[in-house]
Design a protein around this ligand. Structure first.
Ligand code: UAG
Ligand code: ATP
Length: 504
């Protein structure tokens, strides 16, 4: 595509050089630039893309998009100066990937907890009803047989547009996207014209980034504020958790039709006669489309909420109640969420991804329900993130579990001991006395295994599906389910700690 065709949609711009050159691809990372590419310089949290123009030029960049005038290498044939390169990138990526035709139906899911689970439920039901759908979220990008790991829950604007194009190429009818508050705040979803958007809940998290709950909510509202303002607004729907106090505020910020789900009567889609068993939950759902009996092979009231959100979306999208019922009855959960690790022992081990107070509360209550013996919780808290939640989470676990083992999660650049001491600060004297602090996560799990008796349950939270962790700038490969399996094998015979395998 010629540069002038690509940048034509940018309203405010100055072009220096030859606008007729052909562009072969768009890049934001100088290291990925190939001959003929357009390098868009983005100002980041750590570095400024403008500082990498030399490298981009060495790799063959034909043109650059910049936010300020600066001397350019001679090999750069053209420069486009714009007021905001990241905003410009959204426009360029949309055109480049041909996503401006809105042919794929976009469904967004936001909220503190439950985004991934709800999205996977919707995806599962759509697939069950033979409707093709791609997913972009914490577990990566997935469309048909294509699967790619993503660093972020909501990837950057260029990557999102690339994935949407790949979904369209495979004739995907739907694209399901997890919209994190960071993603919304940083404009990663610019150019995404959502049709249905879900809000799951808003509770304490990410205060390192948003600073206050008001600002955290404001980022979520961005997703709903754009809904329903177009001429097709009758097709746009905001699906809100009617039991969460933030929903009223969100509803007042959207022109779209609002559909509420919840357990209380004021919602349009409600669950009744909830019966929780150790391996499934049954409930009746009342909706304006009729009622349905559901048997969900998951436990925990939080999963009833997730299912209600998914049911609401599927009904809005015109799926028959029977397909939704049958689809959800075969939903086998999401990797790393309430994931049972087969132990071959008389006690259970569950790996989960709860990493904030509300998520932890949900999983502890869900897990405790089927446990006749003791509940042992192994948990830590992530480094370089919201410190305020650390003592709250330690306290919460100690309030509900018989044994709590505090350990490292993903310390990042922080010292594991300082994270642990933040957590211990949340405990009272009695709780400190019965809490074990074992910084090495493998040791901690091994300790839990050695303390478990028949009918007990070990709940290991915080890292779920993740298999990499960062300690002092070095990355290590380590998944919680692998740790459990190793601990079970070594229990009784181990004499010294095994090392975690390391990779740069
Ligand atoms: C704070 C934050 O969001 N940072 C994101 C940001 O990184 P950054 O600003 O540090 O980027 P940078 O390294 O300064 O680089 C700036 C620019 O220079 C370019 N560059 C850089 C180096 C170089 O040699 N050449 C070059 O061209 C980069 O490609 C980039 O365009 O842009 C990156 C690329 O899009 C993101 O991966 C990164 O997310 C980091 C990993 C992160 O941890 N983000 C968290 C806070 C986050 O976004 N989390 C949410 C929600 C999670 C949840 O719900 O639990 C998420 O959506 O993931
Ligand atoms: N609706 C819910 N309410 C409260 N807690 C929940 C809910 N759904 C899931 N959880 C808890 O939160 C954890 C994360 O769930 P899930 O991955 O679905 O959420 P998420 O919003 O996608 O989180 P993240 O963005 O961090 O990936 C689960 O392991 C579970 O412990």
């Amino acid at each position: 595509m010629q540069l002038h065709c690509l940048v034509d949609a940018l309203l405010v711009k100055t072009i220096i050089g030859d606008a007729d050159i052909t562009i072969y691809d768009i890049q934001t990372d100088s290291r990925s630039v190939k001959p003929g590419d357009l390098f868009v310089c983005v100002h980041g949290f750590k570095v400024d893309g403008h500082d990498f123009i030399e490298e981009a030029a060495r790799n063959g960049a034909a043109a650059v998009v910049i936010q300020r005038e600066l001397p350019l290498p001679k090999t750069i044939a053209a420069a486009v100066i714009v007021p905001d390169t990241y905003k410009a990138l959204a426009v360029l990526a949309n055109i480049w990937y041909g996503n401006d035709d809105n042919s794929t139906k976009l469904i967004g899911i936001t909220g503190t907890n439950g985004k991934t689970t709800t999205m996977h439920m919707i995806h599962h039901v759509l697939r069950f009803a033979r409707r093709s759908a791609g997913m972009i979220g914490t577990l990566g990008f997935r469309m048909g047989a294509e699967h790619e790991y993503t660093r972020n829950t909501t990837p950057d604007v260029l990557t999102i547009q690339n994935y949407l194009a790949r979904i369209r190429k495979q004739n995907g009818e739907y694209a399901l996207i997890e919209a994190s508050s960071h993603g919304l705040e940083l404009g990663r979803l610019r150019g995404c014209d959502f049709r249905t958007v879900v809000f799951t809940n808003l509770t304490h998290d990410h205060l390192d980034f948003h600073h206050t709950m008001e600002r955290y909510l404001a980022s979520k509202k961005l997703l709903f504020a754009q809904l329903g303002n177009g001429h097709e607004s009758y097709r746009k729907t905001a699906v809100l958790n009617g039991d969460d106090p933030a929903s009223a505020e969100i509803a007042s910020h959207t022109s779209a039709q609002v559909l509420r789900y919840g357990l209380k009567e004021h919602a349009e889609i409600t669950a009744h006669h909830i019966d929780m068993r150790s391996d499934k939950t049954t409930f009746t759902v009342r909706t304006p489309w009729g009622d349905g009996e559901f048997a969900l092979p998951l436990t925990g009231i939080h999963n009833v909420y997730n299912a209600l959100a998914a049911i609401s979306v599927c009904l809005v999208e015109g799926l028959p109640m029977q397909a939704i019922r049958e689809g959800l009855s075969e939903f086998d959960g999401v990797r790393g969420r309430s994931q049972e690790v087969p132990t071959g022992k008389p006690y259970r081990v569950v790996v989960d991804y709860a990493h904030n107070p509300d998520g932890l509360n949900a999983i502890i209550h869900a897990t405790k329900q089927g446990v006749k013996g003791k509940l042992l919780v192994v948990m830590g808290s992530r480094g370089d993130r919201d410190r305020e939640k650390r003592p709250i989470m330690a306290r919460l676990a100690s309030d509900h579990a018989e044994i709590v083992i505090l350990t490292s999660d993903n310390p990042g650049t922080e010292h594991p001991d300082s994270i642990l001491s933040d957590m211990i600060n949340g405990l009272n004297v009695e709780q400190r006395d019965r809490c074990l602090v074992i910084p090495d996560r493998q040791h901690a799990v091994l300790q839990a295994v050695s303390m478990a008796n028949a009918n007990d349950c070990i709940l290991i939270t915080g890292r779920g599906h993740e298999n990499e962790l960062e300690i002092g700038g070095r990355r290590a490969v380590m998944s919680d389910s692998d740790i459990v399996i190793e601990a079970l094998e070594k229990h009784g015979t181990i004499t010294q700690m095994f090392n975690i395998s390391e990779k740069k």
